[in-house]
Design a protein around this ligand. Structure first.
Ligand code: ADP
Length: 164
């Protein structure tokens, strides 16, 4: 059996932008596993911030943490996981919709790369409603971001004038 402190997990996503929900999953994973590589997808959904900005903000949000590496990522997740020699992929589950999505991803990734493992952590109940897409909407309308994202992200996001 592998010592959990030797386990290296990959935490992929768009993180556009990183939220308190994402960071909670990361913090809890660091209590369980030895190392986490955060892979930030270069392309994908139409979003807010370019990849290099999302990487920089994620790094700033966690500060110096020798057990976490944050990298941009493009291509197939299974290839990145194999290239890193990681043991598993880490994902957060907020609701039944997330579960269904993850079920499909994990199934196909297992077919692409036999032995591929995924680990899932349930969202903290008070953060389960937080998503990057809602943060982007709140940002566009000048709403209060303090309970949704870390302070460095709240400061960095392009703000609309608060509606009066
Ligand atoms: P993707 O673009 O792959 O959906 P995201 O950047 O939105 O990725 O999220 C990365 C991972 O974090 C996903 O597993 C997602 O379900 C999870 N996640 C997102 N928001 C939260 C949250 N509030 N609490 C827990 N997990 C979350």
């Amino acid at each position: 059996m592998t010592d959990p402190r030797q386990v290296h997990v990959v935490y992929p996503g768009s993180f556009d932008p990183v939220t308190l929900g994402h960071l909670d999953i990361l913090e809890r994973a660091l209590r369980l596993f030895g190392r986490v590589t955060v892979l930030i997808a270069e392309s994908g959904k139409a979003g807010l911030l370019p990849c290099e900005r999302r990487v920089a903000l994620f790094r700033e949000a966690i500060g110096p943490e020798p057990r976490v590496d944050v990298q941009p990522f493009t291509g197939l997740l299974v290839d990145a996981v194999n290239a890193l020699g990681a043991n598993a992929v880490l994902r957060g589950i907020r609701c039944a919709g997330d579960y269904e999505h993850e079920w499909g991803l994990a199934g196909v990734n297992g077919l692409l790369s036999p032995g591929f493992e995924s680990v899932f952590l349930l969202a903290r109940p008070d953060l389960a409603a937080v998503s990057s897409s809602l943060v982007r909407d709140v940002t566009r309308h000048g709403g209060d971001l303090s309970r949704l994202v870390p302070p460095c992200v709240a400061l960095a996001l392009p703000r609309a004038e608060p509606s009066s």
